[in-house]
Design a binder for this molecule. Structure first.
Ligand code: MN
Length: 128
């Protein structure tokens, strides 16, 4: 699989996290677009195709779990793997993210050594 052509939508309202994640993914050859809230997320999803969505679960205009459920209910978008970005390492929050339809969870603070491998793992699983 050629990750140069893989498009990731990063939904994150924290500008520092957004920049960190985007820079790491771009450096690895991914095509990255960002959305800082649910409204912008929908606009980007309607106008572009994505291979994976990285989703902060705490957004200013909507809770991330609800947004994940809405995306998963859209037949045109349901197959895109969504990986949650969450500050909570609690097992309950991971279960809640998986129940909402997330393929997995990446906990914040972001592990810069690990995140691209984690994303590649979810992309591979989605394509196998
Ligand atoms: Mn947030």
């Amino acid at each position: 699989m050629d990750k140069i052509r893989e498009r990731v939508l990063v939904v994150e309202d924290n500008a520092m996290n957004m920049e960190l994640v985007s820079d790491l993914l771009i450096a690895q050859g991914f095509t990255v677009m960002g959305a800082e809230d649910a409204d912008v997320c929908w606009a980007k999803l309607r106008a572009n195709a994505f291979d994976l969505i990285l989703m902060d679960l705490q957004l200013p205009d909507k809770d991330g779990y609800t947004l994940v459920r809405e995306i998963k209910q859209d037949p045109a978008l349901a197959t895109i793997p969504i990986v949650a970005l969450t500050a909570y390492a609690m097992a309950g929050d991971q279960d809640k993210a998986l129940a909402a339809g997330c393929a997995g969870v990446i906990t914040k603070p972001i592990d810069t050594q690990k995140i691209t491998r984690q994303i590649e793992h979810y992309l591979k699983r989605a394509n196998s």
